[in-house]
Design a binder for this molecule. Structure first.
Ligand code: ADP
Length: 258
């Protein structure tokens, strides 16, 4: 007999009764698996030819000669675009790895303060703009989770704050405990986002302004990665933003019950 995948939900029903709803989601589950495998395989297959193209491109750029006169600028464009393509492929692979690992990986104690101190050093090199950073980090707060994926959550949110803020903009990063949660928060005083876009920001390739995202080197997958990693930590993302004023991206991790 073929095994089936089901989803169960208990809902209140008439007076003191409860209803157990069992839904067969085998086909849905299999389709999701096929989609995940397809994306992972396609990204892998694209990696190799792109590496070959980039190799030739680098040789052409580094070799002095007549070709630089006519081809200097196009070569630079080709390099920028191939870097973009590489970043998209890497983000797609990251997404499918996160999805595939969700069942098997084991959580470990993650020294988030240490991670954020490293990020503070790296953040200053994220753009060539002069953003003003403050990092307020409660030193003793660690959580149980997955180190590398968490690092990409923090990195993505801080790099978005940089990319969607003007030169000299203030960016505040905080790590603290509040009630039953440990909170990671990034606040910027940048472009902001109008309300109708907010619910869709974590969809793959959803962007408010495609051109801006391209120019600043975005892949359109950053917040999709953030969402998936947070789900694996039972954490929640809250986005609070005012157009023209700035945004707050807040991740709430439940304090582990031990
Ligand atoms: P991208 O690579 O396009 O930045 P993301 O998934 O990281 O992709 O973000 C999706 C979209 O959300 C962005 O294209 C941008 O429109 C919007 N966005 C994300 N972070 C911010 C921010 N801090 N301020 C304003 N808009 C933002």
């Amino acid at each position: 007999r073929q095994s089936r995948t089901v989803e169960m939900q208990v809902i209140p029903y008439f007076e003191n009764h409860k209803l157990l709803v069992v839904r067969d989601i085998t086909e849905l589950y299999q389709l999701a698996q096929i989609r995940r495998d397809f994306i992972a395989n396609a990204s892998h297959e694209l990696r190799t030819p792109l590496t070959v193209l980039r190799g030739y491109l680098e040789v052409m750029i580094d070799t002095p000669g007549e070709h630089h006169k006519a081809w200097g600028l196009p070569l630079e464009h080709m390099e920028t675009q191939s870097l973009r393509m590489q970043a998209i492929i890497e983000d797609l692979l990251t997404l499918s790895t996160i999805e595939a690992e969700s069942i098997t990986a084991v959580k470990e104690v993650v020294d988030v303060p240490l991670m954020l101190h490293q990020l503070e050093i790296d953040a200053k090199q994220l753009g060539n703009e002069n953003h003003q950073f403050t990092f307020e980090v409660e030193e003793a707060l660690t959580i149980k989770g997955y180190a590398e994926p968490l690092k990409s959550v923090f990195m993505n949110l801080v790099s978005n704050a940089v990319r969607y803020s003007p030169d000299g903009g203030e960016i505040d990063v905080r790590w603290f405990k509040e009630n039953a949660n440990i909170v990671f928060e990034v606040q910027d005083s940048g472009l902001g986002i109008s309300q109708e876009h907010i619910p869709r920001l974590t969809e793959r390739f959803y962007r408010v302004d495609k051109d801006r995202s391209r120019v600043t080197g975005g892949t359109g997958l950053g917040l999709a990665i953030v969402k998936h990693v947070l789900e694996r930590h039972n954490a929640r993302l809250y986005i609070d933003s005012v157009l023209g004023k700035g945004s707050v991206f807040r991740c709430e991790f439940p304090v582990a019950k031990s």
